[in-house]
Design a protein around this ligand. Structure first.
Ligand SMILES: Cc1cc2nc3c(=O)[nH]c(=O)nc-3n(C[C@H](O)[C@H](O)[C@H](O)COP(=O)(O)OP(=O)(O)OC[C@H]3O[C@@H](n4cnc5c(N)ncnc54)[C@H](O)[C@@H]3O)c2cc1C
Length: 424
């Protein structure tokens, strides 16, 4: 880059990583425009990043071992079986992942931004008007600013994408099911402790869905008793402490009469719809869950739960003219792919590398588009395949053993979980 003025719209995971990439690539001025005025770290739950993908991002300088994490190694799959409290294990897979609390990861990325990156919270972008050598960004208060490049890190309802592509080409599609998410303090877990070893991501499988649970670091703001930013693992892994929480993600279809109200990607579930869906989840848990896992869900306070209707999308292009997209603005990865935050960080890494390797902005953006747009489409397809197998057309889990489970897992793209290597 040659000192260009760049706007990054959105200051979440993708936005912070993009700002870092642009700064390192030689942008003259990087301005992050983030609609939210509060602290993003107070929202969000857990996410997991596969160890090899982590290592690539560490080598590229986007993640480091001082960001709090919890090591995971194994993913047992269990089903309800009579009165066995923890259920019966049908199979177990290696699970070489690090888990993060979404909020602490965001906070650490934000904290590492160089001082001269101008991060403006509480600033919403209303529209973007591109032209031949830049774009005008219109803010919610009506003021307008000009930039040489505008990077859309503004999530699944991206304003930058709307300026770059016809809406129909990348409109989010309803997946037909949703994720109920929650966290609960590890100290509040029901007994017995052996039901849920610390390094596992245990998955309860049932007809029409599943739930994955794993531990995540404590809160970055310390409200669960953890020290600021140093909750569970700091450096080489450390020891577990009181701030650790358990993150669970429960996938199932909604009752048929509610499905239509979830199909609109623009609408967030109302309080009444949330109550009905929570009741639905509780009915499924009562019917299909072993006692330990039922108690875990039941013991999760309402304020620590959230609903995520599953939508997906992939933009056909990641860059055009002086606009570029990354993270969820470019492609939404379903949570089962284990690659939402990872993909955002990889997008930023590749964008930064392309800007360093090419002399002109158009050449760099073309290289970025060529490398990342196919990845976005592949992750979309992977998510759909996993969604069909794990939620919409579940197998008869209870009749499976390790061998038949592994065959099913490979047939249904399980090997893709955790994301693709950074270099194709
Ligand atoms: C508060 C929050 C909590 C989350 N929690 C989790 C979690 O627990 N687990 C998980 O797997 N994923 C979570 N996600 C989603 C996850 O961050 C993404 O799937 C992935 O990391 C890609 O991130 P992103 O930065 O592309 O998109 P997002 O994280 O969705 O960020 C988009 C950002 O753009 C901002 N924005 C949108 N429109 C405008 C506009 N017009 N002007 C200015 N700013 C705008 C939004 O406020 C938001 O901060 C969360 C997202 C957010 C925003």
């Amino acid at each position: 880059m040659h000192g260009e003025r760049v706007a990054v719209v959105g200051g979440s995971i993708a936005g912070c990583a993009a700002a870092r990439a642009l700064h390192r690539a030689g942008a003259g001025e990087v301005v992050v425009l983030e609609r939210a005025s509060g602290r993003l770290q107070d929202r969000g739950v857990g996410l997991a990043i596969q160890n090899e993908r982590y290592a690539e991002l560490e080598a590229a300088g986007y993640l480091d071992a001082r960001m709090p994490w919890v090591p995971l190694t194994r993913r047992p799959w269990v089903v309800r079986d009579g009165a066995r409290r923890a259920g019966r294990e049908i199979a177990s897979l290696p699970f070489p992942f690090r888990s993060y609390r979404w909020g602490s990861l965001w906070q650490e990325l934000r904290r590492r931004l160089p001082d001269d990156v101008d991060y403006r919270g509480g600033v919403a972008v209303r529209a973007v008007h591109p032209d031949a050598d830049g774009a005008a960004v219109v803010l919610a208060d009506g003021t307008e600013e000009r930039f040489d490049l505008v990077v859309g890190a503004d999530g699944h309802r991206s304003t930058v994408r709307a300026a770059m592509l016809p809406a129909a080409s990348s409109a989010p599609a309803w997946g037909g099911y949703l994720a109920w998410r929650g966290t609960v303090a590890a100290a509040q877990l029901p007994g017995p402790a052996e039901a849920f070893p610390e390094d596992t991501a245990t998955t309860v499988a049932f007809p029409g869905g599943h739930m994955i649970s794993y531990r995540i670091p404590g809160s970055p703001s310390g409200e669960d008793g953890a020290a600021d930013g140093e909750a569970a693992r700091d450096g080489d892994g450390g020891s577990s402490d009181d701030g650790v929480r358990v993150n669970w993600v429960f996938y199932a279809t909604p009752p048929a009469h509610l499905a239509e109200r979830l199909a609109d990607p623009e609408a967030s579930p109302s309080a009444e719809l949330t109550r009905e869906l929570t009741d639905h989840q509780h009915r499924l848990v009562e019917r299909y869950f072993p006692g330990y896992w039922r108690d875990l869900v039941r013991g999760t306070p309402e304020e620590d739960r959230l609903l995520q209707p599953i939508h997906d999308a992939a933009a056909p292009r990641y860059a055009h003219g002086r606009l570029a997209l990354l993270g969820d603005a470019a492609a939404i990865a379903r949570p089962h792919t284990g690659s939402g935050a990872l993909k955002a960080l990889q997008d930023a890494t590749v964008l930064g590398r392309a800007l360093l390797e090419h002399d002109s902005l158009p050449a760099a953006l073309a290289a970025y588009d060529a490398e990342r747009a196919p990845v976005g489409r592949a992750i979309l397809e992977l998510g759909r395949s996993l969604g069909r197998a794990h939620v919409l057309r579940t197998p008869d889990w209870a009749s499976m053993d390790q061998r038949s489970f592994e065959a099913w897992w490979h047939e249904n793209s399980g090997a893709g979980v955790g994301g693709r290597p950074l270099r194709p």
